[in-house]
Design a protein around this ligand. Structure first.
Ligand code: ARG
Length: 588
């Protein structure tokens, strides 16, 4: 379906043309004075100078033509030259009924679906997920779902940090604690045990210990680097041990991301490109892009127009070791060779923006990607605590994600039990669903690049611009529809009818923005637009609900129109929360 603003603009543009003016000036926007009108066009003001004519005269001429159009119930030329318009009820009703019948509520499929990779999550294996992992998971998941909903081919890749120094550090500590493990014996040629020599809990404790020691002890750090090198160059025992780390960590990560409703299509990591790095390096050298500087292999990425410092991109350290960006570049090469993406979106902390600028420039300069491939960096801001500083535990430590989630679930259980008496079991289940909406909506309703304050009290509130408020609205609609059905009503047979009051018309108008909203959320990689839209939609619905006695209405025609409207509101809200990455319970 065409976007409603386009449809209306077409009429107004035609009227401008008919009156002898440039059609371009007839573009319509949603009114910024909803007290006066629903739509407006300011084209006459802009035209006045060109035609040396009072804008109100132009507006009057156009208004006279538009008055005969069926699209509008009101067209008014207002000093100094605005065109104010209200949409005709029948026109609106047809549009909304069209949405109810169309696939994706009338959002048109892209003419040429693109292949898009969303690189998000980026956890490091053997380390527990902490609050810092919340934003990339939540935002990335939503970005992936929005783009997929719009009709593109999307792959979500977790891009685990599974190959660098952290693994070398773990090995160093493990060797100290368990020197007799067969994996350390480089002369051993037999099979390695199936059972990993550690648990996830041990791993999670080993890493911070090792990392702490390496900062104090140069020899310890040197050994960790040596171990990293041995792993990367393929020493059998080290690879076997690494495999254990992976098996244990990935199982744990899967479980944790599942609880967040986050699903990756690809569980790839930095390690997956290890074997193609030599080929990439050779290519960069052969084509003359990379050269040796102070022993390291680098590619210059400075541009003449740069105002800020832009250091060269280091491909290999002087000891031949690969770096963080080496794996990112090799991953780009791999993706290009395997699926030719039209776009790769990186959802990563915005403090890595200079890093990604370097990587993107290097990938372009060395032609690892086709010139038309888009490389996008969606840098997100910091999640702060109430004090405006990065979110910490009460004693100042980094908070594990599990603990944060538990805290919010408990708060949710408390609120649910307080609201009405349910059994604790049901409250627990509902709380888990609602808590996720609180966290995700609290995050996604902010523009991703901004820092925001994680405010448990506000996020878990059933009122205001929150996830629970949206869910509450959906649950309210579900309950009305259920009661209608229990009384023998057939929801599917109901059709949208001409609005009976202002609140109903407002609700319908709000619905019509769906396709334009979803399209721009996709084009601009902006999940917050989905949040803003459903918040307005939920408000419009609740306003309508308070004005209207639906189930007790005796006029069956009216009632059926309202039920159809409720059904559509519910479907739109459910679709939107689905792309945001959460769901609604049956009751709450
Ligand atoms: N593992 C990285 C970190 O902890 C984040 C990965 C971001 N994604 C990427 N393609 N580099 O900082």
């Amino acid at each position: 379906m065409q976007k409603i603003l386009n449809l209306i603009s077409q009429d107004v543009m035609a009227a401008f043309e008919k009156a002898g003016y440039d059609a371009e000036y007839g573009r319509v926007t949603i009114s910024n004075r909803p007290d006066l009108c629903e739509y407006q066009c300011n084209g006459a003001l802009a035209l006045a100078r060109k035609y040396k004519k009072a804008p109100i005269m132009i507006a009057n001429e156009v208004a006279a033509i538009l008055k005969s159009e069926k699209t509008f119930s009101m067209v008014d030329a207002v000093a100094p030259g605005f065109l104010n318009m209200n949409i005709a009820e029948e026109f609106l009703t047809d549009y909304v009924q069209g949405m109810a019948e169309a696939e994706h509520f009338g959002l048109e499929k892209p003419e040429k679906p693109e292949t898009v990779i969303v690189d998000y999550g980026g956890p490091n294996v053997a380390k527990p997920l902490h609050v810092g992992h919340l934003r990339p998971a939540i935002i990335g998941e939503s970005v992936k779902r929005i783009i997929r909903y719009v009709g593109h081919n999307v792959y979500g890749d977790i891009h685990m940090g599974d190959w660098g120094l952290p693994i070398g550090l773990i090995f160093t500590e493990l060797k100290l604690r368990k020197p007799d493990l067969i994996y350390w014996d480089e002369t051993y040629t037999g099979e390695y045990p199936q059972e990993p020599p550690f648990t996830i809990a041990e791993l999670e404790e080993i890493y911070p210990t090792a990392s702490g020691k390496s900062k104090q002890d140069a020899a310890y750090k040197a050994e960790a680097m040596e171990n990293t090198y041995k792993l990367q160059s393929g020493v059998r025992g080290y690879r076997a041990l690494w495999q254990h780390v992976m098996t244990i960590s990935v199982a744990d990560l899967k479980e944790n991301y599942r609880k967040l409703n986050v699903e990756f299509d690809w569980w790839k990591g930095e390690s997956d490109v290890n074997d193609i790095i030599p080929r990439m390096v050779e290519y960069m050298k052969k084509e003359g892009y990379a050269y040796i500087s102070d022993g390291a292999l680098v590619v210059d990425v400075k541009e003449e127009t740069d105002t800020k410092e832009m250091p060269p991109c280091m491909i290999l350290k002087s000891d031949g070791a690969a770096l963080y960006n080496t794996t990112d570049l090799a991953t780009i090469m791999d993706r290009e060779e395997k699926i030719h993406p039209d776009k790769i979106i990186y959802v990563v902390d915005k403090r890595q923006d200079l890093y990604f600028e370097q990587v993107f420039r290097c990938a372009r300069k060395t032609k690892l990607v086709r010139p038309e491939t888009e490389l996008c960096f969606l840098g997100f801001g910091t999640m702060n605590g109430q004090d405006g500083k990065p979110f910490k535990t009460r004693d100042g430590g980094v908070m594990r994600l599990e603990y944060l989630m538990r805290e919010i679930r408990e708060e949710m259980v408390r609120k649910i039990m307080e609201g009405h008496a349910t059994d604790a079991g049901e409250a627990e289940q509902t709380a888990a669903i609602v808590a996720l909406s609180a966290i995700k909506y609290g995050d996604l309703s902010n523009q991703a690049s901004k820092d925001y304050i994680f405010d448990i009290d506000r996020f878990t509130s059933f009122e205001g611009d929150t996830g629970p408020y949206i869910l509450y609205t959906i649950v309210r609609i579900k309950s009305i529809l259920n009661r209608f059905q229990e009384a023998g009503g057939d929801v599917e047979a109901c059709r949208i009818r001409v609005p009976q009051n202002d609140a109903e018309k407002c609700l319908m108008l709000q619905m019509t923005g769906f396709n334009a909203m979803m399209q721009s959320a996709c084009d601009e990689i902006a999940p917050h637009k989905v949040c803003a839209y459903i918040y307005d939609l939920a408000n419009a619905f609740n306003h309508f609900y308070h004005e209207t006695k639906i189930l007790t209405e005796t006029d069956e025609e009216k009632k059926s129109g309202w039920i159809a409207l409720l059904q559509l509101t519910k479907q739109i809200l459910e679709t939107c929360i689905e792309v945001l990455g959460f769901e609604a319970p049956e009751r709450m």
